[in-house]
Design a binder for this molecule. Structure first.
Ligand code: AMP
Length: 215
């Protein structure tokens, strides 16, 4: 199964992708997580990516495309994958389509989780993430059991540098301009499943699993 998670920052793409990754035993590929890993490890890629991420704008396509093509060619992607945060531009979607058809593969479904910008702002300003496994928490209603310690892997839970209000507004602007056009791009391909995302994680998962039954 080859899936794309689409939606504004804070929609719950990563959270749902992790759940689906467990459910279907296919890798969850988050370009944001790969960039953050490289920033933490102080690699050349990380240093370049940080310049864009810290401003809430997109990392240039040439960098992102190379990274994703390399990742998709790894052995664990043979039986499928869940893309989270990629593609984010029409150009990236075109390149992904090209890569897929060269390998005689198809994206099976694009799950578009829909939330308002108001919800996105609220969720992101209170979001905290595990530095190691990327598990997502919320400072108000979904705190880790032990303060700042990940329930899953025991690593430190932190606030992402780009999860502050100024940068969020920039990220939402970038989303509207660059990424939202992908909704009609994939609608034309008949691949979009729109999921109402202003509800609990469990309810959203239920709706996503229901949509996946169509495959
Ligand atoms: P995310 O974790 O998906 O919210 O991504 C965090 C940041 O990483 C974004 O705001 C972008 O700066 C960068 N990023 C992630 N995915 C992409 C992508 N597909 N294309 C360009 N930049 C990306």
């Amino acid at each position: 199964m080859r899936l794309i998670m689409l939606g504004a920052p804070g929609a719950g793409k990563g959270t749902q992708a992790k759940i689906l990754s467990e459910e279907y035993s296919i890798p969850h590929i988050s370009t944001g997580d790969i960039f953050r890993y490289n920033i933490q490890k102080k690699t050349a890629l990380g240093t370049t990516a940080a310049k864009y991420i810290d401003d809430g704008i997109l990392v240039p396509d040439d960098i992102t495309l190379k990274l994703i093509v390399d990742r998709l060619e790894q052995e664990d992607c043979k039986n499928g994958f869940i893309l989270d945060g990629f593609p984010r531009t029409i150009h990236q979607a075109n390149m992904l389509d090209r890569h897929m058809s060269e390998g005689n593969m198809n994206i099976d479904m694009v799950i578009f989780i829909s939330i308002t910008h108001e919800t996105a702002e609220k969720r992101i300003t209170s979001r905290m993430v595990c530095k190691n496994c990327g598990a997502s928490y919320n400072a108000i209603h979904r705190k880790p059991k032990i303060e700042n310690v990940c329930d899953i892997c025991g690593s430190e839970v932190i606030k992402r540098k780009d999860d502050n209000l100024d940068i969020i507004l920039e990220r939402l602007k970038t989303y509207e301009k660059e990424t939202a056009p992908l909704i009609s791009y994939y609608e034309k391909q008949g691949k979009i499943e729109k999921i109402y995302g202003q509800t609990t994680i469990e309810e959203t998962t239920k709706r996503v699993l229901e949509a996946l039954k169509k495959l």
